[in-house]
Design a protein around this ligand. Structure first.
Ligand SMILES: *[C@@H]1O[C@H](CO)[C@@H](O)[C@H](O)[C@H]1NC(C)=O
Ligand SMILES: *[C@@H]1O[C@H](CO)[C@@H](O)[C@H](O)[C@H]1NC(C)=O
Ligand SMILES: *[C@@H]1O[C@H](CO)[C@@H](O)[C@H](O)[C@H]1NC(C)=O
Ligand SMILES: *[C@@H]1O[C@H](CO)[C@@H](O)[C@H](O)[C@H]1NC(C)=O
Ligand SMILES: *[C@@H]1O[C@H](CO)[C@@H](O)[C@H](O)[C@H]1NC(C)=O
Ligand SMILES: *[C@@H]1O[C@H](CO)[C@@H](O)[C@H](O)[C@H]1NC(C)=O
Length: 747
């Protein structure tokens, strides 16, 4: 790192942050530093015991300078730009160029990369309710499949609006009787079959919620349905017109015409181009039949206004859902009494015409090169594509926050600062269809990512409400918690206070955004952050025309304070990961979580399984031995964490050390950093999970039957769900092997 000697302020910043060697020649100075070491050492111990690390707030000059740059807030400007024109996957070239231009303007080494993806654009659709007549059928009602144009919300109007459709839905023209299937989960279809309601040959109508929408279509298809309609039930909203709340744009309730677009790809099989799992979709890549990853039956999203006349016809037909399903089956759509149907007098005609082709999508990358190339890099990513012209929450609130981080880093850079580790920013395309841009990137660069990438930080929706959510690999817990203490929550207190007021720990990553390939395919520690929509927030019109700049700027985040807080937070996390000499993690956090996950699943093992033979003993013995191994690993991890903290402390005060000790220290740090950079890779199991080999992480995966929601130790969890003892034993043995390996690696 080369410094301008004249720039005293930056020089001071750099020195205190440990980028520069200086010789101390006087004893007085040595004495001062010795005192400092003792004080810092004491502080370090004290902070661990009583969480006093917060006393150190703002003491880091780079972090302080970064936060100062964000006292200016331009998030609203960026958001307005991103939400003014359509930018469906592969479209919105103007925004690709603009993003690349901004990256360059803010000093990043920038590149645009295209992938060639098999995907659909909508051509035509219709949804008709037909009544049976003696001499044929009569059209009773035709759904508009359009959202109301609102004068005050400009991006709800124009001839460039994105139609109602599902990404990766099948074309088709089907007519049949229809049934209500609640959320369309695996359990919902199971219950319907138990009570004798058949979906075979019918059109299934499911409400959104609970699980990823593509799996609703998958389960309906498996149950023999010929088509699917998905609608947003107002009963799932906190604010409702039925409860006296006004609807958007007058108030916080759902606009009755809003409808949720979205992908119906089978996310939990594998994300990415469905014709090239595990491979980058470029040039001549060999493609395979995608039919196990996308639906064969057509589907359409509709508003509750459009589905009401259709569902009302089921009242009194089939079974009363409250009788067999209870409250869980009842929404709050006025006029519908939640009967399953079918009503033999009515049918629907669902017509869905999609154009499929291989089409280019565009990622934009920007590098902020670090001072120490051997130390690898981190990636911060956000997707750019949206289902609608707006996309103010999803995803462009995240795009605006990310651009603010880039702007603030640029302000540090012009003063001569560089991070120690390289920071790569990524603006992904095609996330909405199937995490396309990030997955293809991860598949293409898997080797160098495995070798060099320390962490992936994701921000998809940075603001849809006021409720901070953090889901992460425990490898990052330490920095994530520390940064929380340094950012103010826009409504008072710190983010730390806000987050831990309601939650005990960080969440588990499942799927549904771009971290998936990094964590679950490549074993790279990842985090996803954003302010989500909670009970006190106006209804978030997810994937609807009303997720607009107007909604965001008047209702969700006037003044863009939450966008700003997110930029502060994620930027600090990036600095904390890239600046320190020793990689700042506490692997004991991971060890503790592993023990917790294993013990909670072990408790669920059926009595009858425990005596099953495993090796020379029983399953019970194997479980006990695995627990012991995990406890020993935890103990070793605590000592290892103490060792790495000591190394960092010695490094911060290395001026005190004779040259040969300094060299030895540098060598020791290289060793631990190497180990830490690859720590998360320990969990990669090359053969992958049962029946879905793309998912290779032993500890975290997208829920097989939920898509979004993640589950820890999926091998064990699924074996329990499937009542599969042999598979359970196999996974216990695998985890025992892993625990033994970890215990030894960190002894
Ligand atoms: C984007 O940039 C490319 C390359 O400079 C150019 O060919 C293209 O016309 C630009 N597109 C738009 C919409 O600005
Ligand atoms: C960014 O950094 C990565 C990792 O070092 C490198 O592979 C890539 O080529 C760089 N991109 C640019 C545009 O410099
Ligand atoms: C069916 O009968 C009704 C009157 O009973 C008539 O209005 C209608 O046109 C007929 N439809 C067809 C398809 O013949
Ligand atoms: C859909 O199929 C019906 C017959 O089942 C036919 O009358 C109608 O024209 C078809 N619609 C389209 C758009 O092809
Ligand atoms: C595609 O395949 C052809 C013939 O096999 C080969 O010449 C060409 O280099 C390939 N292109 C790419 C981009 O791999
Ligand atoms: C879908 O639309 C295309 C283009 O308008 C048309 O050629 C095709 O026949 C349509 N498919 C169906 C099933 O109606």
């Amino acid at each position: 790192m080369i410094l301008d000697e004249k720039d005293a302020e930056i020089s001071m910043i750099q020195k205190s942050f440990g980028h520069q060697n200086a010789n101390c020649k006087t004893w007085i100075r040595r004495l001062l530093i010795l005192t400092l070491i003792i004080v810092l050492g004491f502080w370090n111990i004290a902070s661990r015991i009583c969480g006093l690390s917060r006393l150190l707030d703002g003491s880091n000059p780079i972090e302080t300078a970064f936060l100062k740059s964000l006292e200016t807030n331009l998030a609203g400007n960026w958001l307005e730009k991103y939400t003014a024109v359509p930018h469906l996957a592969g479209q919105g070239q103007e925004l690709v160029n603009w993003t690349a231009q901004k990256f360059e303007e803010y000093g990043l080494k920038t590149e645009i990369e295209a992938f060639d993806i098999y995907l659909n654009y909508p051509l035509d659709n219709s949804l008709k309710l037909l009544s049976k007549q003696k001499n044929g059928t009569k059209l009773e009602f035709q759904a508009s499949l359009k959202e109301d144009v609102l004068a005050e919300d400009p991006t709800t109007d124009g001839d460039d609006l994105v139609p109602a459709f599902h990404g990766y839905s099948a074309s088709g023209n089907v007519t049949g009787e229809y049934v209500y299937v609640n959320y369309g989960t695996k359990d919902d279809f199971k219950l319907l079959s138990e009570v004798g309601v058949s979906v075979e040959g019918k059109i299934a109508i499911a409400r959104y919620g609970g699980i990823f929408r593509g799996l609703k279509v998958k389960f309906a298809q498996e149950a023999g349905a010929i088509g699917v309609i998905l609608y947003s039930d107002p009963g799932d909203d906190y604010f409702q017109e039925a409860k006296g709340d006004k609807a958007y744009p007058e108030g916080p309730a759902r606009n009755p015409s809003s409808l949720q677009r979205g992908s119906v790809q089978f996310l939990s099989q594998s994300p990415g181009d469905p014709t090239t799992p595990g491979k980058a979709s470029q040039g001549n890549v060999t493609r395979e039949d995608p039919s196990s990853r996308i639906p064969k039956i057509p589907s359409l999203p509709v508003s509750f206004k459009d589905v009401k006349p259709i569902l009302e016809k089921l009242n009194g037909y089939g079974l009363d859902c409250s009788k067999f399903g209870g409250e869980k089956w009842i929404g709050n759509l006025p006029g519908f009494n939640y009967w399953t149907g079918p009503n033999p007098d009515f049918s629907i005609n669902l017509y869905n015409n999609q154009s499929y082709d291989i089409r280019p999508i565009y990622n934009v990358y920007g590098n902020l090169t670090g001072t120490d190339p051997e130390e690898g890099y981190i990636i911060i990513g956000n997707h750019r594509d949206a289902w609608i012209k707006g996309g103010a929450s999803d995803p462009n609130s995240g795009s605006a926050s990310m651009l603010e981080i880039i702007r603030a880093f640029h302000e540090l850079s012009v003063q001569g600062w560089k991070p120690r580790r390289t920071i790569i920013f990524a603006s992904w395309d095609g996330e909405e269809y199937a995490l396309l841009g990030s997955t293809e990137f991860g598949e293409k660069y898997s080797k160098t990512l495995s070798a060099q990438c320390l962490a992936y930080l994701n921000v998809d929706v940075s603001v849809s409400g006021k409720n901070l959510e953090i889901q992460a690999s425990p490898f990052l817990n330490h920095v994530l918690a520390e940064a929380l203490t340094q950012v103010e929550y826009p409504l008072g207190g710190t983010l730390y206070d806000h987050y831990f007021e309601k939650k005990k720990k960080f969440g588990i990553l499942g799927s549904g955004s771009d971290y998936t390939v990094f964590l679950e395919h490549l074993g790279i520690a990842s985090v996803d952050v954003g302010f989500t929509n909670g009970r006190t927030d106006p209804v978030y019109h997810y994937h609807s025309n009303y997720d607009s700049y107007h909604w965001m700027s008047t209702m969700a985040d006037p003044g863009f304070k939450f966008h700003n807080a997110l930029a502060q937070y994620l930027g600090l996390v990036a600095l904390k990961l890239t600046e320190p000499k020793v990689i700042p993690t506490k692997i004991s956090d991971y060890a503790t979580e592993l023990g917790f996950y294993f013990n909670s699943l072990a408790e669920k093992v059926p009595e009858g399984w425990l005596k099953a033979p495993v090796g020379k003993g029983s399953l019970l013995d194997a479980i006990i031995k695995t627990k012991e191994r995990l406890i020993k690993f935890d103990r070793n991890a605590v000592s290892f964490d103490e060792y790495t903290s000591t190394l960092q402390l010695e490094w911060d005060n290395r001026d005190l050390l004779p040259i040969w000790k300094r060299l030895r220290l540098a060598f020791q740090i290289k060793g631990v950093n190497y180990k830490l950079r690859f720590f998360e890779r320990n969990f990669v199991f090359e053969e992958g999970l049962k029946d879905r080999p793309w998912f290779k992480h032993i500890v975290y995966a997208a829920g097989r039957d939920t898509g979004y929601e993640g589950f820890a130790l999926p091998g064990l969890k699924e074996a329990l769900d499937d009542d599969d003892l042999a598979s359970f034993i196999e996974w216990v043995e695998r985890i025992r092997g892993l625990a033994r390996h970890l215990e030894h690696s960190f002894s």
